[in-house]
Design a protein around this ligand. Structure first.
Ligand code: AMP
Length: 310
């Protein structure tokens, strides 16, 4: 039985940055999420690929021990995405999206997935996310990701998916768009009115903010020497976050804060290489070392107020 399942895209990406280029490499939200989460726990993928999907990618995922019993293989073309980054890597242009077999994807959960306590609904059509919500029996924690396309075209279905989720992850611009406000705190409150008890707002190189019923918390991204390609940062963040939560089972505010730092640490490796290259060799020990670096990076001794002004 998988402890953690993810439904999302599995595909081939062509990536262009000002420094580098890679063609038809392993991509998709489910790939990034699963490689990250597998550092912590048993993870199963729900996705579809076509008959052009290289066996080497399947072998990589299977070799890591990722459960692929929910992977469908259909005749036709695998999901393909091409993106280009500029010097400010916080924004990207989508050059091409070809859905291929993903267009007719109907997620079907193997029985061994239905009792998974932890579920990640990566950024796909809200009706597919709902279909997975309907198939899992009694999940402990459901985390939902989404994007501007669904806010603009599928808001009602998205709200239905939100209603059945415990945590939502979304980037800052999209949170503002969804709620029609600049304040991220107010935007998170608007999202929480639909069901989620917590919202994680992703701010790219500026880190993440957690807004929950128990309080608010901010984590900067680590200051890296080399940033090559931000593709998959959000999904590998989610993999580290939910992987850690499912390993510890600690969903207290303190536990969720720690999980957020694990997500941050894992994502910091993803962006240091093109595509999922770095994630494919990443070890838990390396993540733990970066977790310690994060403590160094963010800790300081607060002087007492009277000393500061006296
Ligand atoms: P992230 O950088 O974390 O937002 O995720 C990047 C991954 O999302 C890439 O590997 C793409 O293959 C995948 N992706 C891009 N657009 C879509 C889409 N419309 N539906 C599903 N997956 C997508």
């Amino acid at each position: 039985m998988s402890t953690l399942i993810v439904v999302g895209s599995l595909g081939l990406d062509t990536l262009e940055t000002p420094f580098d280029r890679a063609e038809r490499v392993l991509g998709g939200s489910a790939a990034y999420f699963a490689l990250a989460a597998k550092l912590y726990t048993d993870v199963g993928i729900v996705a579809v690929v076509g008959d052009d999907f290289p066996e080497a990618h399947v072998d990589l995922l299977a070799g890591k021990g990722i459960d692929l019993s929910g992977l469908q293989r259909e005749p036709g073309e695998t999901f393909f995405w091409a993106g280009r980054y500029h010097y400010d890597m916080n924004a990207r242009d989508t050059l091409e999206t070809r859905l291929g077999v993903f267009a007719d994807f109907r997620p079907t959960l193997p029985d061994s997935y239905r009792d998974a306590p932890y579920v990640f609904l990566a950024n796909i059509l809200p009706s597919l996310q709902i279909s997975v919500q309907e198939q899992v029996r009694r999940p402990r924690l459901v985390v939902l990701d989404s994007m501007n396309l669904w806010i603009e075209t599928q808001k009602d279905r998205l709200i239905e998916a939100m209603r059945r989720s415990n945590v939502m992850t979304i980037n800052d611009e999209e949170a503002r768009q969804y709620a029609g406000t600049f304040s991220l705190r107010a935007a998170a409150r608007t999202i929480m009115e639909q069901g989620p008890r917590a919202v994680i707002i992703k701010k790219g190189e500026h880190g993440v903010i957690l807004i929950s019923e128990q309080g608010v918390f901010g984590a900067p991204a680590l200051l890296l020497e080399d940033v090559k390609d931000p593709t998959g940062a959000g999904d590998s963040f989610a993999g580290g976050f939910l992987g850690y939560l499912s390993e510890t089972g600690d969903t207290s505010f303190t536990g969720v804060k720690r999980a957020l730092i694990h997500g941050t640490a894992v994502a910091s490796f993803t962006v240091e290489a093109l595509g999922a290259e770095r994630l494919a060799t990443l070890t838990r020990e390396e993540v733990e070392a970066r977790y310690s670096e994060f403590i160094e990076f963010t800790s300081f001794e607060a002087a007492s107020i009277s000393a500061a002004v006296g």
